[in-house]
Design a protein around this ligand. Structure first.
Ligand code: OFO
Length: 164
């Protein structure tokens, strides 16, 4: 059975993952509004993955006889100055999520909670991918400096993403 300390920390993480989903959905709407449907599709795929992350914690707590307690989710912002600003915010947000996953892992070590350690390893690997994806888009956008044709090419590429 999961202990209360670990359960409470994972319940906090569920809210963070749902906030990520909410934030990315807001970013998807921003891109749709700018007629960048590829960027929007990328954000929607990212959003779907975040809901999947939240549900992994949700199911894990239940499987181990714990209690799921859903928290309030704050409203995300709705306006950005540029695509680059959005991408930089995704990168910063993912760095924050990595820090909270790492903190959960440290807690699992301290609590000698071996099943949680095993489960969190999936998230540690996932965060490497999340940070890499965001950093790549930031780098690409810096390279093309919002030049029309190049933005459309990137939009085309991002539009191919399928949620895992
Ligand atoms: Fe759930 O990894 Fe992004 O936030």
């Amino acid at each position: 059975m999961i202990n209360k300390t670990m359960q409470d920390a994972m319940n906090e993480q569920i809210a963070k993952e749902f906030y990520s989903s909410y934030l990315y959905l807001s970013m998807a709407a921003y891109f749709e509004d700018r007629n960048l449907s590829g960027f929007a599709r990328w954000m929607r795929a990212q959003e779907a993955e975040e809901r999947g992350h939240a549900m992994k914690f949700y199911d894990f707590i239940l499987e181990r006889g714990g209690k799921v307690t859903l928290k309030a989710i704050a409203a995300p912002k709705t306006e950005w100055k540029s695509s680059l600003e959005v991408a930089e915010e995704v990168a910063a947000h993912e760095a924050g999520i990595t820090a909270s996953i790492n903190a959960l892992y440290e807690l699992a070590l301290k609590e000698k909670d071996y099943p949680s350690q095993l489960m969190l390893q999936w998230f540690i690997t996932e965060q490497v991918e999340e940070e890499k994806n965001a950093a790549e888009i930031v780098a690409n956008l810096k390279l093309i400096e919002e030049r029309g044709t190049a933005v459309l090419m990137l939009d085309h590429r991002l539009g191919k993403r399928i949620a895992e």
